[in-house]
Write a protein that binds this ligand. Structure first.
Ligand code: GLN
Length: 491
């Protein structure tokens, strides 16, 4: 095993820029690692060996020609399969998109390529990003590198597992209700959900358009910030993209690493005081809050009375938007077509295709969403949920008048055994209890490793006001500087 795979993205970038190692060597070390362990981890749905080597060689050629390289040039990255990548299979882990090769790149992908980064391949996920364990992938689950009998979180379990297994130093995830932060927490890695609109949704296979947010996954806070800087910023191709400068997240991560939080006001959400959470998770959380106090932060409790309604509101809004977004998968435009034998009508072909192409969880959401949006029920369900969303936003706004950031455990429980929660959708939905409010509000949230409970990673979530992404990086880096990073047992 090459030592290169253990380095941070920041260190790899420096070594490549200085010529100490070539981008090709770094890429091949990661491809070798994937070949060695991915049979057991299954983080990847598709590995683009040729494309990766070619991209790495292009970086090496630029350097040889005397061009100055950016901080992440030549650094490999794994991309969640929900992101459209030109000419490379993009299935969102669904049978309905099997074999689809997009004719264009998502904006985040364009920016990754422009930064000279090297895409290793596409990572596994819950189908259409609906789930919390990656067990709803149509192509089989991903296994948590900390314990291969356990889930790596979801929906972005493949991206998080690829980091924990040292198959990639960086990855892209998308967070609609927690799918970057929750997998980060249960794999001992860092996952950041930027402010909604801070990163472009163009080329992201849509789940719930008012919530979907692409963001960085990494093993260190600084690495996440470096990737954040690459992918964030206004995009005229996304009408909800924010036309404002990107907060200086890299400087904030460096500042936080100094470990001084004097004058920072940290809020604990009263309503997240631990009901339903594992005692081991709450113990790590209390220790981390204690550590923040030692770094000089002032910790106070704040009340967010409507957070308790976040989960039900989310499970009306997200399915409603998904029922509309997924209407495009009709057997005509993309991927799978079933029953087109000349005897079935167009409508029958659409219905047979959707029956065969969508998994149970996706069907469940389409049915709930269609019901919630139908006339006569719209006001009672979707309309009510939108009102709750407003109240949750108000809770955040009022909290941020008192404190700079809010903190909570990222998840109520550590990585559970495969199969433990698939029989009861509600048990699966509970994984996002602490992450969903942030999505409904639109602010940024990050999960940073905080400790271990029974040998399994626990994450701390830091939530900040919209467009104050830098604040959460500062606090997360301070946490990292005192609690350190966590290395899984060798695979
Ligand atoms: N687990 C949540 C869901 O199933 C969130 C998913 C996500 O963030 N993509 O909807």
């Amino acid at each position: 095993m090459s030592d290169l795979i253990k380095l941070s993205a920041a260190a790899l970038g420096e070594k490549i820029a200085s010529g100490e190692v070539s981008a090709e060597e770094v890429t091949r070390a990661h491809l070798d690692r994937i070949a060695e362990v991915d049979g057991r981890v299954h983080a990847f749905l598709h590995v683009d060996t040729e494309g990766a080597v070619e991209a790495a060689r292009a970086v090496d050629a630029k350097r040889a020609a005397g061009e100055k390289l950016g901080p992440l040039a030549g650094v490999p990255i794994a991309i969640k399969d929900v992101i459209a990548t030109k000419g490379v299979p993009s299935t969102a882990a669904s049978k309905i998109l099997e074999g689809w090769r997009p004719p264009y790149d998502a904006t985040v992908m364009t920016r990754i390529r422009e930064a000279g980064m090297v895409m290793l391949g596409k990572t596994n996920m819950d189908e259409f990003a609906m789930g919390s364990s990656t067990e709803y992938s149509a192509y089989g689950p991903t296994y948590n590198p900390w314990d291969l009998t356990r889930i790596p979180g979801g929906s972005g379990g493949g991206s998080a597992a690829s980091l924990a297994a040292y198959e990639a130093p960086l990855a892209i995830g998308t967070d609609t209700g927690g799918s970057i932060r929750q997998p980060g927490a249960v794999t001992g890695t860092v996952g950041a959900k930027p402010t909604y609109g801070g990163t472009s949704r163009y080329g992201l296979i849509a789940f719930s358009s008012s919530l979907d947010t692409p963001g960085p996954c990494a093993r260190t806070v600084l690495d996440a910030a470096l990737l954040h800087e690459v992918i964030a910023g206004h995009d005229p191709r996304d009408s909800t993209s924010i036309p404002m400068p990107v907060p200086d997240v890299v400087a904030a991560a460096r500042q936080g690493a100094s470990g001084d939080l004097t004058g920072v006001r940290v809020g604990l959400v009263k309503e997240f005081s631990g009901e339903g959470a594992e005692p081991g998770v709450m113990a790590v959380f209390r220790d981390t809050v204690e550590a923040l106090t030692k770094l000089g932060a002032e910790v106070v409790e704040v009340s967010c009375p409507h957070f308790q309604y976040a989960l039900p509101a989310y499970y009306l809004i997200a399915p409603s938007e998904c029922s509309s977004n997924l209407a495009r998968f009709d057997g005509v435009r993309f991927g799978l077509r079933t029953g087109d034998d000349g005897r079935n009508s167009l409508e029958e072909v659409m219905s047979l295709t959707r029956e065969a192409g969508f998994g149970d969880e996706v069907k469940r959401r389409i049915i709930i969403g269609t019901y919630a949006l139908s006339s006569g029920y719209y006001d009672a369900y979707y309309g009510q949920a939108q009102k709750v969303r407003t109240l949750i936003t108000r809770d955040f706004t009022q909290a941020f008048e008192q404190v700079d950031v809010l903190v909570s455990p990222t998840t109520p429980f550590t990585a559970f055994e495969l199969g433990a929660r698939t029989a009861d959708p509600y048990q699966m939905y509970l994984a996002d209890l602490y992450t969903i409010p942030t999505n409904l509000y639109g602010g940024p949230g990050i999960s940073v490793p905080a400790g271990l409970s029974d040998g399994l990673p626990v994450g701390l979530q830091v939530m900040a006001p919209t467009m104050a992404d830098d604040r959460m990086y500062r606090i997360a880096a301070a946490v990292e500087s005192t609690v350190g990073t966590f290395t899984p047992p060798a695979l």
